[in-house]
Design a protein around this ligand. Structure first.
Ligand code: ZN
Length: 307
């Protein structure tokens, strides 16, 4: 068990930033920090993040307030948080060219290469910037909305409406299903050859996590699940999911897939799961599980370790 916790954090988790949510309504403080020379800004274009290349490893391509200023008109910066009291922001830079030594790169692609915890900053930035881009108009009355609370709300500009809108997080259950030391894994048609993963699905309004796990497994594989326990979670910013990783205990054995959801699903022995984890990044392996950045990989690893 102890070895697990010295491993790198789960992808898109362990941000070094203090979100400092208590400061988001302090307009004077925010204005000062938006202009402060030490503040750092992350530009995104088409939701790709600016990444600085050429160092020992790629890292977030932060720029200063002065460098961000010409790119900001018409774009609002959202406050990400503080590190050593330095404010960090992100914004949609439209079609701006990258800064010298930098490139705009897809967040999923670059995440595994960044220093520990830095992908979590990209997850926060990508989800927020995407939400603002999609919510320029009030869902209640159709009038324009305005960014507020440092980027964690949009208020309707129509005085007769004044609706407040908040960034969404979409919960997804993702579950290992176990029975007598084996795991149920499935694959979708779109997966690369040989890849299996944990079953997963969006939670629905009015549903508990346990109910969502049982419903999804029954729908996709016709397996009845009894007890469900939580294991770990992961933000998945494409655009704004929260993966809730669980283990469910199967009460039935015969797998019957829903072909609309899965191409196949079956029980895997423990030694198979070990091999699939080991081969997770070997595209030629006959059987493998998703890459380490995927929560399914981390759940299977923890399950093998007895978690
Ligand atoms: Zn409105």
């Amino acid at each position: 068990m102890s070895a697990l916790f010295s491993d790198p954090p789960i992808g898109f988790t362990a941000s070094p930033l203090d979100r400092a949510s208590n400061l988001r309504r302090e307009e004077g403080w925010l204005t000062a920090r938006r202009a402060a020379p030490e503040s750092r800004f992350l530009p995104l274009t088409d939701l790709k993040a600016q990444i600085r290349l050429g160092g020992q490893r790629p890292d977030i391509g932060w720029i200063s307030a002065a460098e961000a200023a010409p790119l900001l008109p018409g774009h609002d910066a959202v406050f990400l948080g503080l590190e050593n009291d330095v404010a960090h922001f992100a914004f949609d830079a439209g079609q701006a060219a990258p800064a010298t030594g930098c490139k705009f790169i897809d967040v999923r692609t670059i995440a595994p290469q960044l220093p520990d915890g830095h992908a979590a900053i990209l997850a926060q930035a990508r989800s927020l910037v995407d939400w603002h881009a999609r919510h320029g108009f009030c869902a209640v009355c159709g009038h324009k909305t305005e960014l507020r609370e440092a980027g964690y709300a949009r208020y309707c500009s129509n005085g007769a409406c004044k609706a407040q809108h908040f960034p969404r997080t979409d919960p997804v259950v993702i579950m290992l299903v176990e029975r007598e030391g084996r795991l149920l894994l499935g694959r979708q048609e779109r997966f690369p050859a040989g890849m299996f993963s944990a079953l997963a699905g969006f939670m629905e309004p009015g549903e508990t996590i346990e109910e969502a796990v049982r419903r999804e497994v029954l729908e996709e594989a016709s397996i009845v699940v009894g007890s469900v326990r939580y294991m770990a979670s992961q933000p998945w910013p494409f655009p704004s999911s929260l993966m809730i990783g669980c283990v469910g205990e199967a009460l039935s054995e015969a797998v019957k897939i829903d072909p609309k959801e899965l191409e196949s699903a079956r029980w895997f022995e423990r030694h198979e799961v070990e091999a699939m984890l080991r081969d997770s990044e070997d595209m030629a392996a006959p059987l493998r599980i998703g890459a380490p950045i995927a929560l399914a990989h981390q759940l299977a690893k923890r399950w093998l370790a007895g978690a």
